[in-house]
Write a protein that binds this ligand. Structure first.
Ligand code: MLT
Length: 267
């Protein structure tokens, strides 16, 4: 369904019982809420409420009308929670969604009762990383959204999965090439100029699940372990034989860890 927040139209899926524990899952780049389809199915079958928005300018959500920072995505999520009358939720972020989760923790930590950080990192971009985002923005303008697909697809899945799961590969290709290039440019620039969130880690007060992919070249298990070590109440898991996109590449293993965590924090 579509909701209007901060005068722009956001597409969200809101599934499961309205009275159940709400879990908000934020997608990565250059993806949309569909990356969570396996988690939506499993979590709603276990009677959780799962809310998966398309971040502004991605998926079916409207394009921003001017430059944005990650704070804008975070403000949209808080406005979405207000509109859905959700005072407090479990917050999950995958990669870029994790960067947005950090922005949310800085703004309104009291609105989140637990945290899931999948294949993400707290640090800001290095100067070289920032330069690469600029190159990505330029090639998105030049070649369209296939520029992001070509750069990301080889990193999202292991070579083995790409060879063995052509259906998943073509599903991801379709999602990525259907993106508005302009929305991806906004996201690239917002990520390039995001602040370092490392200082937040030791102050996270809520139970936190950290999930890494064994073969993830973007947010390696080492990066993720070091992040988990700094979060007081964290659990750290590595998904075997997975690259970056753990929720979609190894949904069964991912969901087992996720359900175990959610059961462990049940009041
Ligand atoms: C993502 O999966 O969201 C991206 O890898 C994040 C990034 O480019 O830093």
């Amino acid at each position: 369904m579509y909701i209007t927040v901060q005068e722009t139209s956001l597409f969200i899926e809101d599934q499961g019982p309205v009275s159940a524990l709400p879990i908000i899952l934020l997608h990565g780049f250059p993806l949309d809420h569909r990356m969570w389809s396996h988690q939506i199915e499993t979590l709603t079958a276990s009677s959780y409420r799962v809310i998966t928005p398309d971040l502004l300018g991605m998926g079916r959500s409207e394009l921003p009308s001017s430059n944005i920072s990650l704070d804008r995505y975070a403000d949209d999520i808080l406005a979405m929670m207000d509109q859905l009358q959700i005072p407090r939720a479990v917050l999950g972020g995958f990669s870029m969604g994790g960067y947005v989760a950090f922005a949310l923790l800085r703004k309104a930590p009291e609105r989140f009762s637990a945290l899931i950080l999948a294949n993400t990192r707290p640090e800001a971009d290095s100067p070289e990383g920032r330069q690469n985002r600029m190159k990505m923005a330029a090639s998105l303008y030049e070649k369209g959204s296939s520029a992001a697909k070509d750069a990301m697809l080889p990193k999202l899945l292991t070579e083995h999965t790409r060879a063995e799961s052509p259906g998943l590969v073509s599903e991801l290709e379709q999602v990525m090439t259907a993106m508005e290039p302009e929305g991806l440019v906004h996201a690239s620039l917002a990520m390039a100029f995001r602040p370092d969130a490392s200082d937040l880690l030791t102050s996270i007060q809520v139970p936190t699940l950290v999930i890494a992919g064994e073969q993830d070249p973007i947010t390696t298990p080492e990066i993720m372990k070091s992040m988990a070590d700094q979060i007081p109440a964290s659990q750290f898991h590595v998904i075997p034989e997975a690259s970056h996109l753990t929720p979609q590449e190894k949904p069964d293993a991912f969901n087992a860890v996720l359900l175990g965590f959610l059961n462990s924090i049940k009041p």
